[in-house]
Design a protein around this ligand. Structure first.
Ligand SMILES: C[S@@+](CC[C@H](N)C(=O)[O-])C[C@H]1O[C@@H](n2cnc3c(N)ncnc32)[C@H](O)[C@@H]1O
Length: 212
């Protein structure tokens, strides 16, 4: 494992704190993201995240959106900026990442902090008892936790999606995108109306799963 990403899933990363600013233009808008050591891809926006943000499908209707495993918040913040009438949830286990996310919401989305909600915890645990069904869930998954964990999450996902809700995620081809596609088709076709790879570029595949 590379040292720079060694601690990104930890609840309390055990590395010194150094703050960075990551400027990035997405959908023709300039965002300035504050990041710190111990957070995923803190020196620059991950290429997979960038490809994903540029090519993810935006929901047609307003509603609840979720950035699951938000890191310093890039996906969720862009979603909130582009969908000002929707409520956007951002969840992560890494408290340092969530500190960045809150700062980044304040600096990049100054007028709408009420509809952007940051929660700490593992996957859907922070949503227990909230009874929210999402229009769409977006993710650059922590595959370093293991493919098995991610595939189990794909199985649970429809419980948290509205009818025809979308689960969109990005996978690096080298991290087993093809295996994941075949697994989903063979094992989870009964849970989803559609399982598609909607975009491939720079070694990344974007998936879209539509719930029944
Ligand atoms: C590949 S990084 C993506 C981060 C961010 N979405 C981005 O694109 O820059 C995966 C993120 O998932 C978080 N994560 C790991 N395990 C998690 C879990 N069980 N529940 C929620 N988030 C988790 C990590 O802390 C990390 O921020």
């Amino acid at each position: 494992m590379e040292k720079k990403n060694q601690h990104y899933s930890s609840q309390f990363p055990n590395v010194g704190v150094k703050v960075f600013t990551v400027p990035v233009s997405l959908h023709r808008h300039l965002y300035l993201f504050k990041t710190v050591t111990g957070v995923f891809s803190y020196k620059k926006l991950d290429l997979g995240t960038k490809v994903f943000i540029e090519h993810m499908t935006l929901p047609k209707k307003e509603g609840y959106l979720l950035d699951l495993g938000c890191g310093y918040g890039a996906i969720g913040i862009v979603l909130a900026y582009l969908n000002p009438r929707s409520s956007v949830y951002l969840i992560d286990t890494n408290r340092r990442a969530l500190w960045c996310t809150r700062e980044n919401i304040r600096h990049n989305l100054s007028e709408r902090s009420g509809k952007v909600i940051v929660l700490h915890g593992s996957y859907f645990k922070p949503l227990q008892n909230k009874n929210i069904k999402f229009e769409a869930i977006y993710m650059n998954p922590p595959l370093r936790n293991g493919r098995k964990e991610f595939l189990a999450l794909c199985k649970d996902m429809p419980t948290f999606l509205k009818r025809n809700g979308q689960f969109q995620f990005v996978i690096k081809k080298k991290m087993g995108a093809n295996y994941i596609y075949n697994y989903l088709i063979q094992n989870l076709s009964s849970l989803y109306e559609k399982i598609n790879v909607t975009f491939k570029r720079s070694g990344y595949w974007i998936f879209s799963l539509v719930s029944i």
